[in-house]
Design a protein around this ligand. Structure first.
Ligand code: THG
Length: 268
């Protein structure tokens, strides 16, 4: 499983405050802690007004790249912001994201043509987020075909089928899994990703729902997740799932995480 650490996001109140106060140490600490917890990429999202988004993203990227070697996942709904900060990235990471909204593919794809960058492709368009599987598959096809024009192969694309809240749509996870299965039938080397928190929106015990979703989604073939690697129970669920699926020889990763006090009851 590819872990994209979500903690450096200005929409989280504490992080928003750290950004407003230019608290470099707080952001630095989040980059280091997430890396130590096993994050493969560090998501950076300014979550600020557009007039200071480029400045904020550039500041966040500088701190993270100074603190750790973990590659970035540059997160902005506005492709022009990503275009503006792209040059500040020291090594290839992930662009979060492209979709069929507006001219996103035409802005994002040329940026990463001929590089080792990967991209998250959201299955939405100007009409919004589809409710059905087929529209998600159709949008994926269109985004993969446009990517091919820039020599971006499916193995560099993480499709995010945008899971809906389970409380609003009781088949939400099943739709996610069916979309994943159909998309992988078409493009066997493509990656599927998801944020974990959307599924549990407006439900009690959100963390339990998120961890159970993660477990089932990994079993069904999900390749990466935008998640909180500092959540010990979530990481325990992830490592247990990987071990149970035969991806952890001698359960070494699971045992090491336990021994290093990264999962299970916290020892001082
Ligand atoms: N797909 C893609 N990108 C995304 C999302 C997605 N980027 C933004 C978001 N969704 C994922 N990032 C976050 C970041 C923080 C939180 C949720 C999603 C969050 N954090 C709280 C905190 O850290 O304090 C609570 C964490 C917890 O208790 O679990 O809520 O879907 N492509």
């Amino acid at each position: 499983m590819i872990i994209i650490g979500e903690k450096i996001n200005g929409t989280i109140p504490k992080v928003g405050r750290a950004i407003a106060e230019k608290d470099e140490a707080y952001i630095r600490e989040l980059a280091i802690k997430q890396t130590e917890a096993g994050a493969n990429y560090i998501d950076v999202c300014a979550g600020t007004a557009e007039d200071i988004e480029v400045e904020t993203l550039t500041w966040l990227m500088g701190i993270v790249q100074d603190a750790v070697d973990t590659p970035l996942c540059i997160d902005s709904p506005n492709p022009r912001m990503i275009e503006a900060v792209f040059k500040h990235a020291k090594r290839p990471g992930i662009i979060n994201s492209v979709s069929e909204e507006g001219d996103k593919p035409e802005v994002i794809y040329p940026l990463i043509e001929g590089t080792d960058w990967q991209v998250i492709a959201l299955t939405c368009d100007n009409r919004g987020i589809p409710t059905d599987v087929q529209t998600r598959v159709d949008i994926t096809k269109s985004l993969v075909e446009k990517a091919a024009k820039y020599n971006i192969t499916p193995d560099r694309i993480h499709v995010d089928p945008l899971v809906m809240a389970l409380s609003a749509d009781n088949s939400s996870m099943l739709t996610f899994i069916e979309s994943m299965t159909k998309i992988k039938e078409l493009y066997p080397t493509i990656k599927i990703t998801s944020g974990l928190s959307n599924i549990s929106f407006s439900m009690p015990l959100r963390k339990t729902i998120n961890a159970t979703f993660l477990t089932l989604a990994i079993y069904a073939g999900m390749d990466s997740a935008i998640m909180d690697p500092l959540d010990r129970d979530l990481m325990a669920a992830l490592l247990a799932t990987e071990a149970l699926m035969g991806r952890d020889r001698f359960c070494r990763k699971f045992s090491t995480a336990y021994r290093k006090n990264k999962i299970g009851p916290k020892k001082k």
